[in-house]
Structure formats: structure tokens, C-alpha cells
Design a protein around this ligand. Structure first.
Ligand code: FPP
Length: 248
């Protein structure tokens, strides 16, 4: 059944990205603007993520990558870090069954060394439970940083050279892509950042070389279907040339 929002956009040109990547920013400011604690913002941000997953399934997005916790986020006050970690644990624990029922395939990218054992267990459970699913691939970037990812790839490549499995002259862009977490996933078509901040903040640095960047002013917890459709509209109006010239 079509929603009122879909009806309101009937006739609009929409284009669904194959891979959408999102920096879910503005939870803290949303909370402050509502006179609440920052933790409220993260809680509301989790509900907004649930909505994003729902729209991604509905509109048939194949890959959805969300930035849930960066390798730099550990520098936040301990209570806030613990709160976000607890939220993520609860999200996986409470939503895993439903995500699995919806054929969602979950993958978590980021540095696992040094993480709490319980978190690693939950990550593995989420991935193993859903590994056979062929629907939306939900990629959660956790303890992730783009520079760290490239440094990790470089270490792997150096090791292959030392082991005699690769020669320096054979290194090309694919050699590097193959060592990244998302080697089997196409690059994001659209990278969205909410809350009026115009930065990459170390998210998918290599993979977003040719992505369409969309920045919106709304805080992440306000994310809704209207905003989602507006992104599909914005994307439909972008012309991707990958460094070439306009097609005549
Ligand atoms: C950015 O807002 C948001 C985060 C650092 C955390 C994102 C976490 C969630 C959406 C909830 C849990 C995630 C999952 C996967 C269930 P901010 O705190 O930087 O906001 P501010 O810039 O307004 O301070």
C-alpha cells in the first residue's frame, strides 16, 4: 500500500542508490534543542536508524552503511561512550530476530582488536545469524576510521610482499581495494551526512572517491520518510561522470 508521503511525491523523479552510506550526526544537538540529555538523542537516533532500515528495505536499497561509532568517539566522556555501546548492544540484541526475518544481512566493519569480548560475541552472532540472507546488506561501521582502514590494508599488503606473494610493481588500486573491509561491496553511490556539518570525519575515505555527497540540515533523530524521498530526488538530479564528460 502506498503511503501518503509516496502519493505526495508521485511523478517526481526518484533514483534509488545501490549503496547508501550515512553519517548519522546531530543526536547530541537534537537532544539539547529539546531540553534533554545527550543520551536521549542517541536513543532517538537508534529509532531513526530503525526507520532508515525500514525505508531501505521498502525502496530496495541493496547496501546500507551507517557510521555508528568512530575510532575517535572513544574520546567522549566515559558515560556517553558506555551509553552508546549499551544502545548498540541492545539494538542488535532486540532487533536481530526482526532483521533476520526481513532477510537483512548484517556486517560490522571496523577494528575489533581490543574490543570488549561481549561486544565481539554479539557482532559475531549478528553476522553469523544473518550471513545466509540475500536482502538488504546492513553494514555497521563500529570502531571504524577510514585512515585506520587504509593503514590496515597497507600492513596486509606489506606482509604479502614480505611473504613473496606480491611484488611491489603489481600494486594497483585494486590491490588496495581488495584489502579494505568492503572489498566485496560496490562503492557508495551516495554519502549522506545530517545535521549541517560538511565533513567526511574519516568515513569511507577510499570508497567515497566518486560518491555523490548529500548534506542536510536535519538532525539525525528527525530522519523520516519525507527526508529519505528527498534524498532519492536529489540523487536523481545528480549526474555522475566519474571524471569523464557529460553524455550527449
Ligand atoms: C552522532 O551524533 C552520533 C553518534 C556518534 C552515535 C551514533 C549512534 C546511534 C545513531 C545510535 C546507536 C547506533 C546503532 C548502530 C544502534 P553526535 O553525538 O555527534 O551529535 P552532536 O554532533 O550533535 O553532538
Amino acid at each position: 500500500m502506498e503511503s501518503n508521503i509516496e502519493n505526495a511525491h508521485k511523478g517526481d523523479a526518484l533514483k534509488v542508490p545501490n549503496h547508501l552510506a550515512v553519517t548519522m550526526d546531530g543526536n547530541g544537538r537534537w537532544a539539547i534543542s529539546h531540553g534533554k540529555l545527550r543520551s536521549h538523542g542517541h536513543k532517538a537516533g537508534t529509532d531513526a536508524l530503525r526507520r532508515l532500515v525500514e525505508y531501505s528495505i521498502k525502496y530496495d536499497i541493496k547496501y546500507l552503511t551507517v557510521f555508528s561509532f568512530s575510532s575517535e568517539n572513544w574520546s567522549r566522556p566515559k558515560e556517553e561512550v558506555n551509553f552508546i555501546l549499551r544502545l548498540m548492544r541492545n539494538y542488535v540484541a532486540s532487533d536481530l530476530e526482526k532483521l533476520d526475518d526481513n532477510n537483512v544481512n548484517i556486517k560490522i566493519i571496523g577494528e575489533r582488536a581490543g574490543l570488549d569480548k561481549q561486544i565481539i560475541k554479539l557482532i559475531e552472532k549478528a553476522e553469523n545469524t544473518t550471513s545466509g540472507n540475500s536482502g538488504l546488506q546492513l553494514i555497521i561501521a563500529f570502531n571504524y576510521g577510514g585512515r585506520g582502514e587504509i593503514a590496515r590494508a597497507t600492513r596486509n599488503i606489506a606482509k604479502k610482499i614480505l611473504d613473496g606473494k606480491l611484488s611491489i610493481s603489481d600494486i594497483d588500486e585494486n590491490t588496495i581495494s581488495d584489502e579494505l573491509y568492503l572489498s566485496d561491496v560496490p562503492d557508495p553511490d551516495v554519502v549522506l551526512r545530517t545535521s549541517g556539518e560538511y565533513r567526511f570525519s574519516n568515513f569511507l575515505l577510499w570508497q567515497s572517491a566518486y560518491s555523490e555527497l548529500i548534506f542536510i540540515d536535519d538532525y539525525w533523530p528527525d530522519f523520516n520518510e519525507e527526508i529519505f524521498i528527498n534524498i532519492l530526488k536529489e540523487y536523481a538530479g545528480r549526474e555522475r561522470r566519474f571524471g569523464g564528460v557529460e553524455a550527449k
